[in-house]
Design a protein around this ligand. Structure first.
Ligand SMILES: Cc1ncc(COP(=O)(O)O)c(C=O)c1O
Length: 328
């Protein structure tokens, strides 16, 4: 099946490879066992099952545009960075390998819990070349050396920022927003007034903002910022959406809207002490969701669901919450 973006813009020259089976399911989310959530007209779009093998969730959406672009550029190696529990790095390694690309990962220490330990084991088995650093500063200092490590047969690696949130990766959630719009048109869910997602590197939220506007929906995006390692406020996310819009225009799309920082809300209220550190609220969401058969984690999805619970009664509904976590 062609991408929604290719259907919308028949002359689009951006390569796309399908890595998962969409559309991902949408349904009302009830009975999670968190009383505040019962006050919300709450819907879930469950991205956890998106992806072929190894690892699912929101990273796969981004790789659908990043991998064919890497192939078009003729690169052999992806070079990227993240915390030692990085879901992004793991997805990059697994899906890249399936498409003949190797991955070099620069990993920065973060608080270690069982989830992170499990991720480290998966990363070690992924075939990626791993390099660990105690701080982001040390990683930055080692950047030239990492580029050398990623150079193969005289070809430089393609550097992808943390979370895959460059304009090509962000297209993954422009596409997902068009998928949501198709589901609304098919009557599978009402037009959401608000979409809630975690913001770790920004591509998910920025892509949704642009895609929802492209689709003509009035839905507003609320990003629960869970990363304090760099600036991820509304102006930064809107800028990423604008760069993604420019990419689309440069490749044959017309009438692409321009996004401003007033088009979304980004709040850090549910971050807790720092990136990677669970909060009591996120831990509570993970435990409650597990009872309802949903596997979340406390660093992204638990914090975004805690935002919904916290703002129950205030958030314009219907509210669509994306489960972006994809363990296998
Ligand atoms: C499970 C999960 N949800 C959400 C996010 C955030 O997405 P983004 O990096 O596009 O902001 C990430 C990664 O950063 C993630 O691993």
């Amino acid at each position: 099946m062609a991408s929604y973006l290719a259907e919308r813009f028949p002359g689009l020259t951006l390569p796309h490879v399908r890595l998962g089976n969409g559309p991902t399911p949408v349904h009302r989310l009830e009975g999670v066992g968190v009383p505040e959530l019962d006050e919300v007209d709450l819907w879930i779009k469950d991205e956890s099952g998106y992806g072929g093998g190894g690892w699912g969730g929101n990273k796969v959406r981004k790789l659908e545009w990043l991998i064919p672009e890497a192939q078009r550029r003729g690169v052999r190696t992806l070079l990227t960075v993240g915390g030692i529990g990085t879901h992004w790095g793991l997805a990059c390694a697994l899906y890249g390998r399936e498409h003949g690309l190797s991955t070099v990962l620069g990993l920065v220490d973060q608080p270690v819990d069982d989830h992170v330990r499990g991720q480290l084991a998966r990363l070690a088995a992924s075939g990626a070349e791993l390099h660990r650093f105690r701080t982001a500063r040390r990683l930055r200092l080692a950047a030239p050396w990492l580029v050398v490590r990623g150079t193969s047969h005289g070809r430089l690696p393609w550097y992808l920022p943390a979370g895959g949130s460059n304009p090509h990766g962000t297209l993954g959630y422009v596409e997902t927003a068009l998928e949501v719009a198709a589901q609304v048109a098919a009557g599978e869910l009402p037009e959401p007034a608000t979409v809630v997602v975690p913001v770790g590197s920004g591509g998910t939220a920025a892509g949704l903002v642009l895609g929802l506007r492209l689709a003509g929906l009035r839905t507003r995006v609320l990003g629960a910022v869970v990363n304090d390692a760099f600036r991820l406020d509304a102006p930064v996310l809107a800028r990423l959406a604008r760069r993604t819009a420019d990419l689309l225009r440069d490749h044959g799309a017309q009438d692409v809207p321009t996004i401003g920082s007033g088009d979304l809300v980004a709040r850090s209220d549910w971050l807790g002490t720092t990136y990677g550190d669970p909060t009591p609220a996120s831990t509570r969401m993970v435990a409650a969701a597990a009872g309802a058969g949903l596997e979340l984690e406390p660093v992204y999805t638990g914090k975004a669901l805690a935002a919904v619970a916290d703002l129950a009664g205030e958030l314009p509904g219907p509210v669509l919450w994306l489960n972006t976590h994809g363990p296998r």
